[in-house]
Design a protein around this ligand. Structure first.
Ligand code: NAP
Length: 288
């Protein structure tokens, strides 16, 4: 990759500008997002290569491993390059391989932020995201706690994940929300209206599972990829980048080869017709 940011920049909260192709560090852990990676050296190499390729936004969470993803990021990259933004999350805990449990109580979030600061070797977390609203804790209590931690200087900016527009609006009454992270790809469009809301309100939209669609809608993606001499995954990422100027994909991979391939998507431009064609294949295509 010659250019450091062919996909262009996005600014978070009016103060942190990052390249629009980030990296998602969930896949660096063991199977089921549990335990250490099989190939530790390989996981560290992926993180270092991501930064070499110009990635300056890395997404992680305390629950990935748990702890493992954050620890690997620190081991591979600390002391961090000045422009590197690490966005972590809390409020959804992992109690076993493939098992999630809600916990976004104020006391848990306080402990979670302290834990992430320690593992990431940071004095302040640039972007801290509520991983998911907790059904038995009011959103106001969870977001209010993050707002307090921000006032205390432990968090710089606050994001949300797995939320509806109503959640975002309620949270914004308490504190500025700079990013929203929901599952989204050209073939998985449940959150189209949230993408639009975020775009209209200057909030970055971070799609997770951005490559899911690369497996599906094979005909259209394969054909468009073939026309550009590109890979289906690159087409899925290019579509996202064209969907909104505030779209910040964070493709995840445990492979340097796939990472390099994904980053090249920043220079791929789909024609208007190709963009539209992919925009109408959705439900048929979505499988994961
Ligand atoms: N907020 C949330 O609730 C939430 C939930 C899930 C994920 N996330 C975040 O979003 C990030 C991305 O989501 P994700 O990891 O679920 O999905 P993804 O990025 O759409 O897909 C990752 C999968 O695709 C494979 N892959 C990646 N690049 C490829 C390529 N060029 N060719 C072929 N296969 C490729 C990876 O395998 P290899 O390792 O073999 O490349 C992996 O199995 C995560 O890392 C995490 O940071 C957030």
């Amino acid at each position: 990759m010659t250019s450091k940011s062919p996909a262009g920049p996005v600014t978070l909260g009016g103060e942190l500008t990052v390249h629009r192709l980030g990296y998602g560090a969930m896949r660096l852990t063991g199977a089921g997002v549990w335990g250490p990676p099989k190939d530790r050296a390989g996981a560290l190499a992926v993180l270092r290569r991501a930064v070499e390729l110009g990635v300056n936004f890395i997404d992680t969470a305390d629950s990935y491993g748990p702890d493992v993803s954050e620890e690997l990021i620190a081991e591979a990259l600390a002391p961090y390059p000045k422009d590197l933004v690490i966005a972590t999350k809390g409020g959804w805990v992992r109690t076993g391989p493939g098992i999630w449990a809600h916990n976004a109580t104020p006391s848990h979030l306080r402990k979670a932020v302290e834990g992430s600061l320690k593992r990431l070797h940071l004095d302040r977390i640039d972007v801290y995201q509520l991983h998911i609203p907790d059904p038995i804790v009011s959103l106001e209590a969870s977001v209010g706690t993050l707002a307090e931690l921000r006032s205390e200087g432990k968090i710089r900016l606050i994001g949300l994940s797995n939320v509806t527009r109503e959640h975002i609006e309620r949270a914004r009454k308490i504190v500025p929300i700079v990013s929203v992270q929901n599952r989204y790809s050209f073939a998985d469009r449940e959150w189209d209206y949230v993408v639009d809301y975020c775009t209209q309100n200057g909030i970055a939209f971070i799609p997770w599972f951005p490559l899911g669609a690369g497996q599906a809608a094979k005909d259209a993606v394969q054909r468009i990829a073939g026309a550009h001499g590109a890979k289906p995954m690159q087409v899925a990422l290019a579509w996202l980048l064209q969907r909104s100027p505030l779209m910040l994909p964070i493709p995840g991979t445990s492979s340097v080869e796939h990472l390099e391939e994904n980053m090249l998507a920043g220079s791929l431009r789909l024609s208007e017709q190709e963009f539209k064609e992919l925009a109408v294949v959705p439900e048929l295509a979505f499988s994961r």
